[in-house]
Design a protein around this ligand. Structure first.
Ligand code: PRP
Length: 183
């Protein structure tokens, strides 16, 4: 049974069927790119977990998974904030092919910080795969190797993305108006 739409939802951007179909296409691209190798998928908590599990199931080469979490201080969205790792990876990534899995790349500050930090640990390669790309809000340029969807400059929830930690479990991705969302 489908879940009732939360108040504040304005329109559905991508249905579950569209999301899963597109994830299948991107997983096929990833499988071809890394064919013959093992791939380590690294998800950035928390939003990326939903995308990571859906993506990993569609990739047809052997994958390992690991997780990290970051915290930001100050006005990161304005470009002046500081990001640090608050939960590090369990395992080393030296000589591994690493795919950083994000639910959304927005300003690019998180992705740039993680790319720079993880590149210093000696992986064989490191690339970014994101479910959503909101390029209109970029502050710093980052190479996004694999993307499922480009989205407009609107607030979105679902499939891992939250409003005040809620609505990550929606099967679809929707535009939300926070002013009409209640508390
Ligand atoms: C989101 C997303 C990225 C970051 C992208 O995480 O998962 O990590 O923001 O934004 P940026 O490109 O502007 O740096 P969020 O802080 O919402 O945490 P969450 O995954 O726990 O919801």
């Amino acid at each position: 049974m489908s879940k009732p739409a939360p108040s504040g939802i304005e329109r559905i951007l991508f249905t579950e069927e569209q999301i899963r179909s597109r994830i299948g296409e991107v997983a096929a691209e990833i499988s071809e790119r890394y064919r013959g190798r093992h791939l380590k998928l690294i998800a950035v908590l928390k939003g990326s977990v939903f995308f990571l599990t859906a993506l990993a199931r569609e990739i047809d080469i052997p994958v390992k998974i690991d997780f990290l979490a970051i915290s930001s201080f100050g006005s990161q969205k304005a470009g002046g904030g500081v990001v640090r790792i608050s939960k590090d990876l369990d395992d080393m990534i030296q000589d591994e092919d690493v795919l950083l899995v994000e639910d959304i790349v927005d300003t690019g500050l998180t992705a740039r910080y993680l790319l720079q930090t993880l590149a210093g640990r000696g992986p064989n390669s490191i690339s970014i795969c994101t479910l959503l790309d909101r390029t209109s809000r970029r502050i710093v340029q980052v190479p996004v190797e694999f993307r499922c969807f480009e989205i407009p400059d609107r607030f979105v929830v679902g499939f891992g993305l939250d409003y005040r930690q809620l609505y990550r479990n929606l099967d679809y991705i929707a535009v939300m108006n926070p002013e009409k969302a209640g508390s």
